[in-house]
Structures are given as structure tokens and as C-alpha cells.
Design a protein around this ligand. Structure first.
Ligand SMILES: [Zn+2]
Length: 246
């Protein structure tokens, strides 16, 4: 491993280069926005921050500005981390990464069995916040961003303004399956094209063509032809159909 800049969101631990030298990668996993690279001796916990990206480059490729670290792999490849704003981070733990302070208190993954209708229904009780903001809260469920929250609420036919505690059991079930369906479809297609999103091969995602409401303000609802409406919730744009969603 070569570190060119240790000062990321947290400093890269001293001695990491020697700690991982010669180790075999056993698995690469994800938990919330953290990437876990597992070795027998421990786990690297990596976060891309606001602007970080990982690329595989050929050994010998010259680093660009903001290329902060490299991990040399077998076969002449380098895993290279690029991050202009340096909000990304890299931690090393020899313990179970699920117990690491960054991960220990994260809410369930939306595609896991733990995120089920009963969980969502119980979590919404006594919560007066709007359901859209509720499902975007990473202490409720991780990884449901603005696009997917808007789209899932449309599929579940629930108004984004509805108070979380007013969701019925049936609606909780509809919303859980809508969130799983929207995320599953986006992953299958390869993500949503945002300003700077690219996949590992450097290509943009293609989910955008599949959107029903997101960034379609004024356009006809694909189900009922009512113009899609837009308003702001918690500094984020919400898009919805006032005829399909209640
Ligand atoms: Zn509609």
C-alpha cells in the first residue's frame, strides 16, 4: 500500500501499510455507505465521503491530484482512491467490524429481512414527522435516498406528507415492498445517473429512464396523467402525484 495523503476525514492509521502487506482479500462487503474489505487478520472499513471514488488502474499509471492512496493487487492492478474534498475515510480493525463504533448503531439494510413491515410499522408509531423524511432517516433504515424515497412512496400510493404515525399496517407493508422493489430495480440497471455518478467501469447509471415522479414536476403522471407536483421537505425536493398518493 502507498499513502500519499493521510489527512482524510480521519487520519489513515499509522502502520496500515505494513498491517495489510501480503494479506489475501477474503470478501468485499457493504454496510450502509461503508465498504468492508475483509482479510483473515482484520477488515478495512472504507467510506467514500462526498466526492471519493475507487478505481482499478494498471500498475504504473501515474497518480492524479487527489489520488490519496493505492493498494497494490496481484496481476498488475492497483486499487486507487481519489477524493478532492477528503471527506472519505479508511479505518482498520482486527475485531468484528459490526462492532466498530462507525457501524455498531446503524439501522437495518433496506434489502435485508430485518427491514420488514412489522419493523417499519412499529418504528412509525408516535412519530409525527412526514413519512418521506422518516424513511430517509438512517437511524430508521439506511440507504433510502431522496430519489428512492419519492419513487417508493409513489409505488406504495402514499402521500410524502403523511405523518409517519398515520401509516396503516397495510401501508407499511406496501412501503417496505416498494422500497425493496425500487432499490432492487435500480441496482439491477446499475444505479441512477446523478451529476458525478459512475460505476466501477466509469459508466453512468441508467435508472433515470425508469423514474415515475423524481424530477418530473409538471410532467404527466405515468399512471393517471395528473401533473406531477414538487415541494421541499427538509431541504430536499419531493415529487409526487396528488391523485395517486394519499
Ligand atoms: Zn397519478
Amino acid at each position: 500500500m502507498t499513502v500519499r495523503e493521510r489527512r482524510l476525514r480521519w487520519p489513515i492509521p499509522a502502520g496500515l501499510e505494513s498491517a495489510i502487506r501480503g494479506l489475501v482479500v477474503r470478501a468485499v462487503e457493504r454496510r450502509a455507505k461503508y465498504i468492508l474489505i475483509r482479510f483473515d487478520a482484520g477488515t478495512l472499513i472504507l467510506h467514500l465521503g462526498m466526492s471519493g471514488s475507487l478505481r482499478l488502474v494498471k500498475a504504473g499509471a501515474l497518480p492524479r491530484t487527489h489520488d490519496h492512496w493505492d493498494i497494490r493487487l496481484e496481476g498488475g492492478w492497483i486499487l486507487r482512491f481519489h477524493d478532492p474534498r477528503r471527506f472519505g475515510s479508511l479505518h482498520w480493525t482486527r475485531a468484528d467490524p459490526a462492532l466498530h463504533p462507525l457501524l455498531a448503531r446503524l439501522a437495518p439494510e433496506p434489502l435485508s429481512d430485518a427491514f420488514d413491515p412489522e419493523y417499519l410499522y412499529r418504528a412509525t408509531r408516535k412519530r409525527s414527522v412526514a413519512i418521506k423524511q422518516f424513511i430517509m432517516n438512517s437511524q430508521v433504515v439506511v440507504g433510502v435516498g431522496n430519489i428512492y424515497a419519492s419513487e417508493a412512496l409513489f409505488r406504495a400510493r402514499i402521500s410524502p406528507r403523511r405523518a409517519a404515525r398515520r401509516i396503516t399496517r397495510l401501508q407499511a407493508a406496501a412501503l417496505v415492498s416498494a422500497i425493496k422493489a425500487v432499490l432492487g430495480a435500480a441496482i439491477k440497471i446499475g444505479g441512477t445517473t446523478l451529476r458525478d455518478y459512475v460505476n466501477a467501469e466509469g459508466s453512468p447509471g441508467y435508472f433515470r429512464q425508469e423514474l415515475f415522479v423524481y424530477e418530473r414536476a409538471g410532467a404527466a403522471c405515468r399512471v393517471c396523467a395528473t401533473p406531477i407536483k414538487q415541494f421541499t421537505q427538509g431541504q430536499r425536493s419531493t415529487y409526487w402525484c396528488s391523485s395517486c398518493q394519499h
